[in-house]
Design a protein around this ligand. Structure first.
Ligand SMILES: Cc1cc2nc3c(=O)[nH]c(=O)nc-3n(C[C@H](O)[C@H](O)[C@H](O)COP(=O)(O)OP(=O)(O)OC[C@H]3O[C@@H](n4cnc5c(N)ncnc54)[C@H](O)[C@@H]3O)c2cc1C
Length: 497
């Protein structure tokens, strides 16, 4: 199917596809466009997947990331939807020959759109989406969505600690850590990685594992997309657990009390319980606890009771569920999850969304007051989320095993907001920025890299702390020219201390 579309793109001299590629050519070779045109066409013929340029009908969808953020709106010269590993190798070579910046995309959920590029080339791996389960191990393409993998593993009686949102890509998730429902008992997604197949920036296919290229393997377990392009990952799975999970909804006016309760409650909760908090300005503003308990059934009632009696709740959807199929909301909970309210005016509609995240060291009184103030001053359409508490198994991994920092008790917070008209964008984005700023006094020393919504280099260095220098040495070995730099960048041979 992809090669057929490619043939259309490059085979028709007056077709939409060729016009698209023509504009791509002019974006990066204005001074010698006929030579560039020739190169792009030759490249397109060699690629098994699809090459998409700015005038192609699929360009808008292809350039955008899931978490589209207007401050990071980018316009790549080309998007290459790779259908095979050979496409990855060809695209790296083509990008380097033509001095095009490279962005790598698996699931496209990067919160600062690092998997898109202005004037560069996106190596899109969404089609590399195989799932092969072999006993306790599973081999996974980077384009596989976490929810797909959970579902298929569940069918095979196995499980992995992935993520709370099923649409996130396993590629970016694992390379940056991966914090989900089993963080307390199984650790992060990267902790279950047993090997990875990597295409280096000079086009070699190598394996990183505890037996081969050990330094690279260490760096891949939390060091992000800095070291090469991962085309396949192998994970060690665990037996599918029994799960008691669901959403408890409370009145949004209780947010402040709920956050104080949540901090106390989670500080003594067993590692088998994960609770993520989301609050938003739906038809009726609400705050919800999303609970996931994978421990002993007989203890479940006692463990979950405080959460189920706080408030009291407006709705309680906690019930026995199946790992890999927990996405469906209970009937009495679903009506509370209405689309956030946005203010409508007579202007033409142009929806937008803006998201920023930060890691905080704990939920103290000052932090709770700042969150409450932020909610009270929010324009319509706000959302707030909190969770991924570093506790239990995830904090027991040594830095010799993974560069991901895991400060005990730290957690992620995010604010996001949607709007309906361009004239509202500035106010909405300013609200998110000032809400995040108000939490900076409580910021964790080490931001969680997958939620970091800035490419500020000092923040990246701080996130890795003492591990940064080793990562920089490994970068020097695998990417001395810093070809892969559109990410939370680790610079070759740079020392942190
Ligand atoms: C709605 C939403 C919910 C989220 N929920 C969670 C959550 O519950 N837990 C959590 O831990 N995180 C969560 N995240 C953050 C998420 O883990 C990161 O955004 C992650 O990077 C997304 O992976 P991706 O493959 O979808 O992203 P992409 O945008 O495709 O990739 C992100 C970056 O990773 C690198 N990369 C990706 N694939 C490769 C590859 N194959 N080889 C080399 N480098 C690569 C690139 O630098 C790329 O820019 C969430 C994000 C969103 C938007």
């Amino acid at each position: 199917m992809f090669s057929q579309r490619r043939k259309f793109l490059v085979g028709s001299t007056c077709g939409l596809g060729l016009m698209g590629l023509g504009k791509a050519i002019s974006l990066f070779a204005a001074n010698n466009s006929s030579l560039a045109e020739q190169r792009v066409l030759e490249f397109s013929r060699l690629v098994e997947g699809t090459v998409i340029g700015p005038d192609d009908s699929g360009y808008e969808g292809a350039r955008r990331t899931f978490s589209f953020n207007p401050r990071f709106s980018k316009f790549p010269a080309l998007v290459v939807r790779c259908a095979a590993e050979s496409d990855v190798i060809r695209t790296i070579a083509f990008a380097r020959e033509n001095e095009l910046p490279i962005a790598v995309r698996s699931g496209g959920h990067d919160v600062m759109a690092a998997s898109s590029s202005d004037g560069g080339i996106i190596i899109d791996l969404q089609q590399l989406a195989k799932i092969d389960i072999n006993g306790q191990r599973v081999n996974v393409g980077p384009g596989v969505r976490a929810g797909q993998l959970d579902f298929q593993l569940g069918n095979a009686g196995r499980a992995l600690p992935l993520v709370c949102n099923p649409s996130v890509g396993t590629g970016g998730l694992t390379l940056g850590g991966g914090l989900g429902w089993f963080v307390g008992t199984q650790g992060a997604a990267c902790d279950k990685l047993t090997s990875a197949r990597v295409i280096t920036v000079d086009g070699r296919a190598i394996i990183a594992s505890n037996e081969q290229n050990q330094d690279l393997f260490w760096a891949l377990r939390g060091g992000g997309g800095n070291f090469g392009i991962v085309t396949e990952m192998e994970f060690e799975t665990f037996s599918k657990p029994e799960v008691i999970a669901g959403v408890v909804v409370y009145d949004a006016r209780l947010l402040k009390e709920f956050l104080a309760f949540y901090q106390d409650f989670m500080s003594t909760a067993p590692d088998e319980l994960t609770v993520e908090v989301v609050a938003y300005d739906g038809e009726v503003p609400m705050v919800a606890a999303m609970a996931y308990y994978s421990g002993d059934d007989r203890r479940a009632e006692a463990v979950l009771e405080p959460l189920r009696s706080f408030g009291p709740p407006l709705a309680d959807g906690i019930r026995k569920q199946e790992y890999g199929r927990t996405g469906v909301l209970a009937p009495d909970v679903a009506p509370h999850f209405t689309t956030p309210n946005v203010e409508l005016t007579n202007e033409p509609r142009e929806n937008g969304l803006y998201w920023q995240g930060i890691s905080i060291s704990s939920l103290n009184e000052q932090t709770i007051n700042s969150i409450d103030d932020a909610m009270n001053s929010a324009p319509r359409g706000w959302t707030f989320g909190l969770g991924h508490i570093m506790r239990g198994a995830v904090t027991q991994v040594e830095s010799e095993t993974s560069p991901l920092n895991r400060p005990f008790g730290s957690m992620t917070v995010h604010f996001d907001i949607g709007w309906a008209h361009n004239s509202q964008a500035a106010e909405c984005m300013n609200w998110v920025d000032s809400s995040i700023d108000s939490l900076k006094v409580s910021a964790s020393q080490h931001d969680y890299i997958n939620y970091m919504s800035t490419d500020n280099h000092d923040a990246v260095m701080a996130a890795y702390g003492e591990n940064y220098s080793r990562l920089a040495q490994i970068k020097q070995v695998y990417d001395v020219d810093n070809v892969l730099n559109g990410n939370r960048n680790i610079r070759p041979n740079e020392s942190n201390y």
